[in-house]
Design a protein. Structure first.
Length: 361
């Protein structure tokens, strides 16, 4: 016999797999107590299911969540926030949502926050410092418990503002030893320096660079500094290095590559400061009939999925995006809940030498 709802005077019967539970008829929204009665558990158990599901057995959680769905229960996070003096909301402000550079790390960041009972609010700046400053103030005004920001470079007044409001802030996608701001990231300069040494070891000395816009972007600036530092170490003139700055976009990478190839002195390798620009460069090389890596080599940075999909596969720097996102979430939640100082964590990048980098001579 199938289970169906039965209406009786002054009561509504809610079906569950274990029992039919009577609930008082009311115009108001269902409460935590209603869910507990429907599921046959305590209100504390319901609360644990909604906030930290790992602490409740699978069968019990399934019964509670079925009651939540049947009743249409929505937790009163306003009351929860008042009781805990927190909103259980974390803000993340990233430079762009238009490509995959930040996607994998942000996904891991969100997953870990969810496991800890926090909601993520995300906004993007289009690499505009003024827009980032506006979004920081907006998220603080909306009660964000903490903020994740990308890189170090921003107006010192922003850090002063966050300090005055006692909002924990953690940086990601960068790590600078000795910098006072807590960060979970990697050494952009050192990672690009390692790639440059590999490029030189393959016999290349005629190097050109396609970079993101350097102003306000310390990740791009540090990567360019890594290239120049290695050139100087090896007796090459870092100031003679051809550099084209452009916004991160496949088409922009293609246009920049075409410009470099039309120069009198063609480079034998084009080093791009991220994989998106490198993919554009490889696309343009095919359009111009330039063989990669036989005529020119191309390298990237980040090791997003695109790096393995292009032909030939892209030599790049692997960034531990998911590890960085998950660790950043745990550290930021710790800062929020303990009101303690943030601790920086340096993660290791790694070279991925693939077919787009060929040997010269």
């Amino acid at each position: 016999m199938g289970v169906h709802s039965v209406f009786v005077k002054d009561a509504v019967r809610i079906p569950t797999r274990r029992a039919i539970v009577d609930l008082p008829d009311r115009q108001s929204f269902p409460t935590l107590t209603d869910v507990a009665r429907a599921a046959g558990v305590s209100t504390a158990t319901v609360s644990r299911c909604l906030n930290t599901s790992g602490k409740v057995s699978g069968a019990t959680r399934e019964r509670v969540m079925r009651a939540v769905e049947t009743l249409g229960y929505t937790p009163n996070f306003g009351a929860r926030a008042l009781a805990a003096k927190r909103t259980f909301t974390i803000g993340a402000i990233i430079p762009t949502m238009e490509n995959a550079i930040f996607a994998r790390g942000l996904q891991a960041f969100q997953e870990t926050l969810h496991d800890k009972g926090y909601t993520l609010l995300v906004s993007s700046t289009a690499y505009r410092p003024d827009r980032e400053a506006e979004q920081i103030r907006t998220l603080v005004a909306r009660g964000a418990d903490g903020l994740l920001l990308i890189g170090y470079e921003r107006d010192p007044e922003i850090y002063d503002f966050l300090r005055s409001r006692r909002v924990p802030v953690l940086l990601a996608w960068a790590h600078q030893t000795g910098n006072p701001h807590p960060a979970v990231g990697f050494d952009n300069r050192g990672a690009m320096a390692a790639l440059t040494r590999a490029v030189l070891a393959h016999g290349h000395t005629a190097i050109a660079v396609i970079s993101g816009i350097l102003r306000g972007n310390d990740r791009a600036s540090e990567r360019l500094a890594g290239i120049r530092g290695v050139l100087q170490e090896n007796g090459l003139d870092p100031h003679a290095l051809p550099v084209i700055e452009t916004a991160y976009d496949i088409d922009n990478g293609a246009r920049a590559f075409a410009t470099l190839m039309q120069a009198c002195d063609r480079p034998t390798v084009v080093m791009c400061v991220n994989d998106v620009l490198a993919a554009g460069a490889m696309q343009q090389a095919r359009a111009m009939g330039i063989a990669v890596p036989e005529e020119v080599s191309i390298t990237g940075f980040d090791d997003i999925e695109l790096a393995r999909l292009v032909t030939p596969q892209l030599t790049t720097v692997h960034v531990p995006h998911r590890q960085m996102g998950s660790l950043a979430a745990r550290e930021l939640v710790r800062m929020v809940e303990t009101k303690g100082e943030g601790v920086s964590h340096e993660l290791q990048s790694a070279l991925r030498l693939r077919a787009s980098l060929g040997r010269r001579g």
